[in-house]
Design a binder for this molecule. Structure first.
Ligand SMILES: *[C@@H]1O[C@H](CO)[C@@H](O)[C@H](O)[C@H]1NC(C)=O
Ligand SMILES: *[C@@H]1O[C@H](CO)[C@@H](O)[C@H](O)[C@H]1NC(C)=O
Ligand SMILES: CC(=O)N[C@H]1CO[C@H](CO)[C@@H](O)[C@@H]1O
Length: 181
């Protein structure tokens, strides 16, 4: 019931703020998402979307979701590239190298999934977009877990995995709200 109320609140706000500044849309959306899903960090959500709007604009929730999706894609692509660079080091601990190889495969698949997710999202095929995004989210947690399975090993990808997880969670939450409207 509380969730339902906050959605209603969001839609009222979105109507009220239509044509007004994007800041309001971001604040209201991130607030609704963080209430809908405890994985969504309100500060992270608003900070990343506000930063992203430097390169785009959104007039409604669907548009904002597309920007969020773009952030997921950028993070995933960048992380895959970073793993590739890390793997070039000759001094890697053998276990860390194994983990990084797994992560490289996971992020390679995730790169394809971001393309899928964007395509489905664009055509409002939210169930398919949700499926693709969930697999990206799983990739980030599976990658991170690998490093934690052996004691004394430090993951070089914790922040990146966290960012990918967070961005996926907030995008999934936006899709959930769009689906329920
Ligand atoms: C939420 O994100 C902000 C900035 O990214 C961070 O400083 C804060 O610790 C996070 N909060 C939680 C509960 O994870
Ligand atoms: C990753 O997320 C976890 C849980 O939200 C948090 O405890 C941790 O501080 C985060 N690490 C980084 C490097 O952001
Ligand atoms: C590596 C990378 O691109 N990280 C970015 C992931 O997304 C967050 C939020 O937009 C950025 O703060 C990171 O720089």
């Amino acid at each position: 019931m509380r969730i339902f109320l906050s959605f209603s609140h969001l839609f009222l706000s979105l109507l009220a703020f239509r044509g007004a500044s994007c800041q309001n849309l971001i604040q209201d959306t991130c607030k609704a998402c963080s209430e809908q899903d405890s994985n969504v960090n309100l500060t992270f959500c608003t900070t990343s979307l506000e930063a992203a709007l430097g390169t785009g604009s959104a007039s409604d929730l669907h548009g904002l979701g597309m920007i969020s999706m773009g952030l997921v894609r950028r993070n995933v692509t960048d992380t895959r590239f970073n793993i590739k660079q890390l793997l070039k080091s000759k001094q890697l601990d053998p276990y860390v190298r194994l983990c990084l190889k797994d992560c490289f495969d996971l992020y390679s698949d995730a790169t394809l999934s971001t393309k899928e997710a964007m395509k489905h999202y664009k055509f409002q095929r939210y169930i398919d977009a949700n499926f693709a995004l969930s697999s990206i989210m799983d990739a980030s947690t599976t990658c991170e877990q690998g490093f934690h399975e052996k004691s004394g090993v430090v993951s070089p990808l914790t922040k990146r995995n966290n960012d990918t997880f967070e961005l996926s969670a907030m995008t999934l939450s936006m899709i959930y709200i769009l689906q329920s409207s």
